[in-house]
Write a protein that binds this ligand. Structure first.
Ligand code: ISE
Length: 342
């Protein structure tokens, strides 16, 4: 029973589609020191379903009431992307710590408003769900780079493939909703900022919408003379796969999936590839939820991405959209990094 856990942190979830329900189940079953006390979804049957998985969560019909409720200590936002910033700002107004799924906003101005609101409070309350930072394989690559044994890191190379996206998904949406992970991965693994981007894209099948650009190549010039290049292919058909490699002066480090089993079946020998994007990162999502709750219990800064990281990703996304549309190299314009995030 949820009430038997060490239940110091009461979490309210806004948005209980696949992602929010996954967080609810993870926190309820696998994270000590927290209970799901409240849920909201515009589709109340989805909220009721998530609540039923968490023993005793209250179902709200208004997200602001959930944020302001005395039965909620902290909020997890997994709503559609376009209300992330609005909900995060409402949490800040109510003084609630918040873990917002990526992207922090769909417009760079809105991400900046979140940073500015947090700076006004003078305390870091916002965490952003770039869960690859908690993935053991990405963490191992980061560790290998930080060890210094490979020499200076030079180049980040990423692959991000989804089996498919809905018909008509635009290049801008892919950059905002999918490629943000890769921008964050490059920043995280190289420890540098993205200064300039060049994006090209193509439509991979004639039957797709004319404006679709479902295979994108992002070329990024990073601070300290580093480079990054990523493939984002969201109609790869065969399944979901993500990888990141850091090429250094004397070697490279690349993510692997050591838990994979070699399968022999029906004249084939190989590895199973998942078609959904939640299960391959299951451990990362759980680790992220645990780290968030721990940061609230101990009053320490969350180890994952901050509002600043969410804002930087949106600034890069904004430049990538301009680059895709104009075919030019676009500089990333940002404010100076405030003291709060140093
Ligand atoms: C989704 O929102 C994710 O976060 C997945 O990791 C990504 O692969 C997918 O493209 C996004 O839509």
């Amino acid at each position: 029973m949820a009430t038997e856990k060490n239940s110091s942190i009461k979490v309210g979830i806004i948005g209980t589609g696949g992602m929010g329900t996954r967080h609810a189940g993870n926190i309820h079953r696998l994270v000590d020191g927290a209970v799901i006390s409240a849920v909201y979804d515009i589709d109340q049957s989805k909220a009721a379903h998530a609540a039923s998985l968490c023993d005793s969560a209250d179902i709200f019909d208004d997200p602001i009431k959930l944020i302001e409720s005395s039965s909620v200590d902290a909020v997890l936002i997994a709503s559609p992307d376009d209300i992330h910033a609005e909900m995060t700002l409402a949490c800040l107004l109510a003084g609630r710590p918040v873990l917002c799924e990526k992207p922090l906003a769909t417009k760079v101005e809105d991400a900046l408003s979140v940073v500015q609101a947090e700076m006004k409070i003078g305390k870091r309350l916002v965490s952003v769900g770039f869960m690859r930072r908690f993935d053991p394989q990405h963490a191992a690559v980061k560790q290998a780079v930080l060890s210094g044994e490979l020499g200076e890191p030079l180049l980040w190379k990423g692959v991000h493939r989804n089996a498919s996206v809905p018909f008509g998904t635009s290049g801008a949406t892919i950059l905002t909703n999918s490629a943000g992970h890769d921008m964050d991965s490059a920043r995280f693994l190289l420890g540098e900022e993205i200064l300039e981007v060049y994006v090209s894209g193509l439509r991979t099948r004639p039957e797709l919408h004319e404006d679709t650009r479902d295979l994108l190549i992002l070329k990024m010039t990073m601070s300290n003379n580093r480079l990054a290049v990523g493939e984002v292919f969201v109609n790869a058909d065969y399944g979901y796969e993500v990888s990141a490699e850091v090429v250094c002066q004397y070697g490279t480090a690349v993510t692997q999936q050591p838990d994979k089993v070699l399968l022999r079946h029906k004249s084939h020998r190989g590895f199973y590839v998942s078609s959904d994007w939640l299960s391959p990162f299951e451990d990362a999502y759980v680790a992220e939820d645990r780290a968030w709750i721990e940061s609230l219990q101990t009053n320490r800064i969350f180890k994952g991405a901050s509002a600043w990281d969410g804002y930087m990703t949106m600034a890069v996304t904004n430049a990538c959209i301009q680059s895709l549309h104009t075919g030019s190299i676009i500089p990333v314009n940002t404010i100076q990094k405030p003291e709060l995030y140093q």
